[in-house]
Design a protein. Sequence first.
Length: 427
Amino acid sequence: MDHFHYKDRVLYCEQVPLAQLAEQFGTPLFVYSQATLLHHLRCLQEAFAEVNPLICYSVKTNGNLTLCRLMASHGAGFDVTSGGELYRALAAGGVGEKIVYAGVGKTDPEIRYALANNVFLFNVESEEELHNLGDVARSMGRVARAALRVNPDLPPKTHAKTDTSVKGVKFGLDIETVLDVAHGVLGNPSVQVVGLHMHLGSPILSTQPYKDGAAKAVVLIQRLREQGHQISLLNMGGGFGIHYRKQEAQPAQAFAEVIVPAVKQTGCRLILEPGRFIVGNAGVLLSRVLYRKETGGKHYVIQDAAMNDLIRPTLYGSFHRIWPVAPAAGLPAPPDDYEAEIPDTFVQDVVGPVCESGDFLAQNRRLPILQRGELLATFSAGAYGMAMSSNYNSRPRAAEVLVDGTSVQLIRRRETYEDLVRPEVEL
Ligand SMILES: *Cc1c(COP(=O)(O)O)cnc(C)c1O
């Protein structure tokens, strides 16, 4: 479900035509729908209401302060993976008591920063990290609360670069070692193991991995308690998939059906760390066609968004729906299945201006004839779009706008050339 829809062959975000936003703010432009964002947060809150979950929005997915502030004001906490994300979460009105901190490489200054701000939980990924967390906490006269992140060793679920629960990845503790690692801090007054954490990978389109992961968690929590640990938290991470190609995602309710029974069995409080599920379908990347060209039997449409704006297609081979903002009469608007044969379309590559052959938003994609100056929408770009953007080729980052009904708010201005060189130090 999202609030991007065509009306009389014109694409709207809520009540605002996208063409109007392109005129006002230029392209490339990220456009977010507030109603979509809040709808998806609410879906999770409602689906899991029975176990009163702590829903920690994953800041790395899209850390824009305005979006994070919306999350906080609608009851979400935050999942952070660095000191910088913790800074964002706090700046957006987050409180330490609703922040969980993940990541394999937390530095001592980051740990101190988190402890000083009363971060609720550290998701710990190695034995050394657990002991170091205790040492840093002791040096500050604090007690750190830890959830051990376990790698439940499940079959592959998604792209190799984003699957985090198969054997041998850098994430979490091997499931066979969790009990030994926990035993090592039993009685340590500076660090308490109070929970179990897993983040299975992303995006996941099936509920089965959550069912399997939760079943393993139930057993482990039992063993940890037998060892003498007071386990009160089960953190099932994020990773819920969204619609990229068609309507392929599972609803929140489907994930709740496999997770909630396990949570109840443990008597733990549930923590979730969704990112993509909340913001992914809430954003589009708007771009303008610069040129068309044909070479070696291939048709290219060159437009002004590039891999530095949205790196997912070239990094993960990801599919994003792309369609004209004002499709010509006779075209389906938009097609139900973007991979199907669509009349009056032909196979094209959608590429950007960056000097890399890997600079594309789509390859071998059926699209209608596009005109110079025409606007394109790349859908489902709210998650890991702006967050993974760069200044490669000295391209200023795109602007971001938030639409709420008929109102439009610029939530990040377009970068300038001056911004590009500002941190540099000349001798
Ligand atoms: C990236 C990440 C998330 C969020 O993943 P989504 O797929 O965006 O929901 C949650 N938890 C951890 C530990 C992560 O690394």
